[in-house]
Design a protein around this ligand. Structure first.
Ligand SMILES: Cc1cc2nc3c(=O)[nH]c(=O)nc-3n(C[C@H](O)[C@H](O)[C@H](O)COP(=O)(O)O)c2cc1C
Length: 389
């Protein structure tokens, strides 16, 4: 079959064939590696989209290795995504780190979570510290600073910030010719990053897997476009096939940033059991919870999430919550309860039926959108914009 054709200004901006970006998905479980590593990134870039490394869980050195690995697998453009909270502790003024970092966890929260695990029949076992998931650092010594230096030194073609504002780095990134994308979930933050000089705003609706906001994609995209024009907007959240891509373009976005649909690809670095849970999920099977990171994150629902949400606990700053969750995950693993681990996924999970190569997912999505936009299907629609005034 001939390759489909679908071009938008995003293709010229990033030097890619199709206006689809695979989301830079970070770690999907306590201590796990990121989901979007070199394999997925290179597969999507080689297939004509833009692959993005989910760099958040990598140390600076590991990130450099992964960037070089992508370069050995493709000569096409690719990106790196990092989370840029004001510091890795989520902006908390925590001062000195105590000798035992667990002292940062309030007793009340700890006891409530111990009780939740006990009710689920799981023994509480402390994870070895420090853990990859809950790195404890002083404010101002965030991991993202070291990672950003690598992004700049390696002159990656595209940088995407998942949380926070890339403003402080934009001048140095632009000096290297790096294009800067910034994910936002509302109009206020869209204006903030556009004013700071982001080249593209990625507006992500609440349907999305992983960290997510409150506004749905359909409502968010046109409002963000109106707020940040002439900065172009890419749509994210709930885009799983050609219909979603066509809808995003119809709303005025110049492309799609797609997570969950690529998370079940054969190249995604995600345990099979977690891919299978996404494939088995229905539209109703995801929930937003602050359990795993302290920030609102959409996951495949499980009994631990339900109990945590019912307890209505105050989430801790990101790194401290991560330390607490490391113990929970360690305990759940020891008890053989893999079903309680973090399994970030979006509402589009119900649409996904099988694990396939990323290139097939991308090509089918593009072909489907080109069909809708080029041949104006469904054929039942009659449309005519009328004479111009
Ligand atoms: C498993 C998983 C991990 C994610 N990790 C990150 C991340 O590290 N950085 C980021 O910017 N976005 C992350 N996201 C959000 C995606 O970038 C993207 O915005 C979202 O998946 C889009 O919605 P969709 O899942 O409906 O396609 C993650 C999403 C998932 C599902």
């Amino acid at each position: 079959m001939a390759r489909p054709i679908l071009r938008t200004p995003l293709c010229d901006l990033l030097g890619i064939e199709y206006p689809v970006i695979s989301a830079g998905m970070g770690p999907v479980g306590g201590g796990a590696a990121p989901a979007a590593t070199a394999d997925l990134t290179a597969a999507v870039s080689n297939a004509g989209g833009l692959g993005v490394i989910g760099g958040a869980g990598f140390s600076a050195d590991r990130l450099r290795e992964e960037i070089r690995k992508v370069r050995s697998m493709t000569d096409k453009p690719f990106g790196v995504d990092l989370l840029l909270p004001s510091n890795y502790m989520g902006g908390a003024a925590i001062g000195e780190i105590p000798a035992n970092p667990r002292d940062l966890i309030p007793q009340e929260t700890l006891q409530s979570l111990k009780k939740i695990l006990e009710d689920l029949g799981i023994e509480w076992v402390e994870a070895p510290l420090p853990t990859a998931h809950g790195r404890v650092r002083k404010p101002g010594q965030g991991m993202s600073d070291e990672q950003m230096e690598v992004v700049i030194e390696e002159k990656v073609p595209v940088f995407a910030s998942g949380l926070g504002n890339p403003g402080p780095w934009i001048e140095r990134l632009h000096a290297n010719g790096t294009k800067v994308l910034s994910l936002v979930g509302n109009v206020k933050n869209a204006k903030r990053v556009a004013d700071a000089g982001a080249d593209i705003v990625v507006a992500q609706g609440t349907e999305a897997g992983g960290h997510t906001g409150r506004i749905a994609t359909m409502a968010l995209i046109p409002q963000v476009i109106d707020a940040v024009t002439p900065t172009p907007v890419v749509a994210a959240g709930g885009i799983g096939d050609g219909r979603g891509l066509a809808a995003a373009l119809a709303l005025g976005a110049i492309g799609a940033w797609v997570g969950t649909a690529f998370l079940v690809s054969t190249e995604a670095n995600q345990p099979d059991i977690q891919k299978e849970r996404i494939l088995a999920a229905s539209d109703e099977d995801t929930r937003i919870t602050r359990l795993y990171s302290g920030k609102t994150m959409r996951n495949i629902v499980n009994p631990l999430i339900e109990a945590y949400e019912a307890a209505n606990l105050q989430p801790l700053p990101m790194g401290i919550q991560g330390m607490l969750v490391a113990d929970i995950i360690y305990s759940a693993r020891k008890a053989g309860r893999e079903d309680l681990l973090m399994n970030a996924a979006g509402q589009v999970a119900g649409l996904l039926q099988e694990a396939r190569p990323a290139a097939d997912i991308l090509t089918d999505m593009v072909r489907g959108a080109a069909d809708i936009l080029g041949r104006r299907i469904p054929a039942t629609i009659t449309a005519d914009p009328g004479a111009l005034a």
